[in-house]
Design a protein around this ligand. Structure first.
Ligand code: ZN
Length: 203
């Protein structure tokens, strides 16, 4: 199983980090060990002083495919979940400044929070999914899939040019604006619409 993450997929988030809007989906990987075990707290890793949350809609692949055409991409997933792409922002900025890969800032253990429930896409309007994140019961991020630069199908078509997608692969589809830091004791709750998808304590 692999975890693929899309970067800069929401214009306002790309702007808040001072990044250009990509002309094609920008993606990177996390290892499967990044998945946060169910119900576990998120432990701030020792190598960072600036861990950020990034709430993201997550597509789970349910059919193997390569070179998937965009018009058929919707046959390769049936459910949408919610996750956090935890990011060591200080480490990432250092890597970016040196022109180095971001993996150590993005792929560390526990960096992929994922909801245990997924919602059938037939119960959602795919181009109008509202999702949000609360920190200590205050909303810190809210987004809508209509604001994605590249929608689910475009992302799948693009990634599958390079990588075979397999059943169970997860695609984190990018975060809207409002990313920010966490500290020990924070509680994060993610929502799709009004439905609570996950809750995680930071330690
Ligand atoms: Zn992200």
């Amino acid at each position: 199983m692999k975890i693929i993450c899309i970067g800069r997929n929401y214009v306002n988030h790309a702007k808040e980090l001072g990044n250009a809007i990509p002309s094609e989906p920008l993606f990177f990987l996390k290892p499967d060990t990044a998945i946060q075990p169910k119900g576990h707290p998120f432990f701030i890793p020792h190598f960072s002083d600036d861990i950020h949350y990034e709430v993201e809609l997550v597509v789970r692949i349910n059919k193997t495919g390569k070179h998937i055409e965009q018009q058929f991409a919707n046959k390769y997933y049936s459910q949408i979940g919610l996750g956090i792409d935890f990011t060591a922002r200080d480490v990432q900025q250092e890597c970016k400044a040196k022109g180095l890969p971001w993996e150590k800032a993005k792929g560390f253990d526990g960096s992929a929070q994922i909801s245990r429930t997924f919602i059938d896409k037939s119960d959602l309007e795919l181009d109008n999914i509202t999702f949000s994140l609360q920190k200590n019961n205050e909303q810190v991020q809210i987004g809508n899939s209509k604001d994605m630069c590249f929608n689910f199908d475009a992302i799948i078509a693009h990634i599958s040019k390079f990588y075979t997608l397999k059943i169970g692969d997860l695609i984190y589809t990018g975060t809207p604006e409002g990313v920010g830091p966490v500290k020990a004791g924070d509680q994060l709750k993610g929502f799709i619409g009004e439905q609570e998808m996950f809750k995680v304590i930071v330690k």
